[in-house]
Structure formats: structure tokens, C-alpha cells
Design a protein around this ligand. Structure first.
Ligand code: GUN
Length: 289
């Protein structure tokens, strides 16, 4: 059986380190604040936002949650973002996605000050890390950064490896491909129009699946010893949370595999917390100049 990558444990270790840093900052009279903007009452968003709030509390980051009704006008959201951009007490701003249809998601993201954009979704932050993710202050998108952190934790060297990513979104597939290329991997991005997906997967040293369909990755698609990173969040026939990978059968051929829950998921929030601290650090440096 392959090694199960314990994302909860990696996230916990990171929280301990972040909490130590935050405690030290508090001793010198500084505090860190994350603003979360939520529009409407999407059930999944409610859970994500409440989880983020809980983790903030756990490690000592102040959180401020701003909730708008689902039919809010775009100007009102932009006005709030402007206020948060200008508020020196706010270090990070996150607009929970998806947004209701009347709101222009891209316009709203682009209005967040880049140095407070802790999701790292804005053009300027994406462009920055695509060119060079080794810039220390670069804010990296949380799910891809969390996946890289898991691979690093297990000492998995990407150089020369064939990584197959089944997802082409701006949040997961595209940024992850860039981070993997920067580590000298050979990357294939697959999507709904890809032909011969099974054959491509079979050549992969690492498969990252973010499709959103349970049992999408089966044992016959996986090379012996491959590494499986499962970003999917689905429900099985009993209503239990599961990923895209048929875990029970694939774990026997994989060398490493992430479980769902407890794999990539905890890392996404952990990287958001790290970004918030990173953003605060960069802001305090720029204040000193
Ligand atoms: N909705 C689902 N995942 C995310 C995320 O990582 N950030 C934001 N802002 N919204 C999301």
C-alpha cells in the first residue's frame, strides 16, 4: 500500500509555526487581520468561511466577516473593498467565490489591492509568481501552493517527472502547472476535451485530479508507483465526503496518495493563513520605507 499523505498533520505543523510568529508579533503590539467578504448564502461558502474564521481564531489572526445579500449591487461590494484597501488595520482581503451572477467576479478581484490579495487571484499576483515564484513576498494561490507544500513535506523531487493535472482553472490547474514547471517537471494539463485521458494518466509520475467526480481515477489509469494528489470534493453513495480517486483500489498501486478528507483540503486554508502573514510582513516593510 502507498504512503498516505496526511494533509491535516502538515497543516497542523504549519499552524504551530504561524502561531509562534503571530504570538511574537502580538508581544510587540502588532496584530494581523483578515477580511472575508461573502455574498449570499451559498451552503458550501458558508462552511468554507466558517472554517476560515475558526482557523484564524486558533492561530491568533483577527477575522472580520462582511456578508452581503445575494442581490447586492456591484458598486456596494466595490465600495467595501475600497474601504478595506485603505484600512491599515486590514492585512488580507478575500472575496469568497463563487459570486452571484450579477457581479463581475474578475472586476471585483482586480479591485483588491494586490498586496492584500491573499487568494493571489489578481492578474498582478498571478503574473508575478508565473514569472518567479521564488520571490519571497510572492503571494501564491492557496490550493496549488498547498499541493507543492505536501510534495515538499514528503521530499518528492519533481525534476524530470511527468505531472498530469486534470483541471485547467485559473485557481488550480493553470497556476499549479506553473509551479511544477518551475521545479523542472514536465507538465500535461488535461480537461474535458482531452483525448486518451487514460493513456496520458498511465504515463504520469504524478496525477493531480480536480474534476469533481467520484471514482474518476481508477486503478487501470495509474502507473505502478505513481503519486496521486486528489483535489476533488464529492459525496459517495452513502453521502460521505470523497475525492475523485477510487482510493481503495488506487492506494495499492500508488507510492503516495492524498486522502479526502484530510489531504489537500486542510492545506488550502493553511496556505491562506500563511499568505495573510506574508502580506502583513510585506505591508509593514513598505510602511517603514
Ligand atoms: N471558493 C472555493 N475555494 C475558494 C478559495 O480558495 N478562495 C475563495 N476566495 N473562494 C473560494
Amino acid at each position: 500500500m502507498g504512503n498516505i499523505i496526511d494533509g491535516k498533520n502538515v497543516a497542523r505543523n504549519l499552524y504551530d509555526q504561524l502561531k509562534e510568529k503571530i504570538d511574537r508579533l502580538k508581544e510587540s503590539g502588532k496584530s494581523i487581520t483578515l477580511a472575508v467578504v461573502k455574498v449570499g448564502d451559498d451552503a458550501a461558502s458558508e462552511i468554507y468561511v466558517s472554517n476560515k474564521k475558526k482557523i484564524c481564531e486558533k492561530i491568533g489572526i483577527n477575522s472580520r466577516i462582511f456578508t452581503f445579500p445575494p442581490d447586492i449591487k456591484e458598486d456596494k461590494v466595490l465600495d467595501l473593498i475600497q474601504i478595506l484597501n485603505e484600512d491599515p488595520e486590514i492585512n488580507g482581503i478575500l472575496v469568497q467565490l463563487p459570486l452571484p451572477k450579477q457581479l463581475n467576479e474578475r472586476k471585483i478581484i482586480e479591485n483588491i489591492a494586490p498586496n492584500k490579495d491573499v487568494d493571489a487571484f489578481s492578474y498582478i499576483n498571478v503574473g508575478r509568481f508565473v514569472v518567479d515564484s521564488s520571490i519571497k513576498e510572492a503571494l501564491l494561490p492557496c490550493t496549488p501552493a498547498g499541493i507543492m507544500r505536501l510534495l515538499d513535506f514528503e521530499d518528492i523531487d519533481l525534476s524530470g517527472k511527468h505531472c498530469v493535472i486534470i483541471n485547467r482553472s485559473n485557481i488550480v490547474g493553470k497556476p499549479l502547472a506553473m509551479l511544477m514547471v518551475q521545479r523542472d517537471a514536465t507538465v500535461t494539463i488535461c480537461h474535458s476535451k482531452t483525448r486518451n485521458l487514460n493513456d496520458i494518466c498511465k504515463t504520469a509520475d504524478i496525477i493531480v485530479s480536480a474534476v469533481g467526480r467520484r471514482n474518476f481515477i481508477t486503478k487501470d489509469m495509474v502507473k505502478e508507483g505513481a503519486i496521486l494528489i486528489d483535489v476533488g470534493i464529492n459525496r459517495d453513495s452513502n453521502g460521505k465526503v470523497c475525492g475523485d480517486v477510487d482510493f481503495q483500489s488506487v492506494k495499492d498501486v500508488a507510492s503516495f496518495i492524498t486522502p479526502v478528507p484530510g489531504g489537500v483540503g486542510p492545506m488550502t486554508i493553511a496556505m491562506l493563513m500563511e499568505n495573510t502573514l506574508k502580506a502583513a510582513g510585506a505591508q509593514s516593510k513598505s510602511d517603514e520605507i
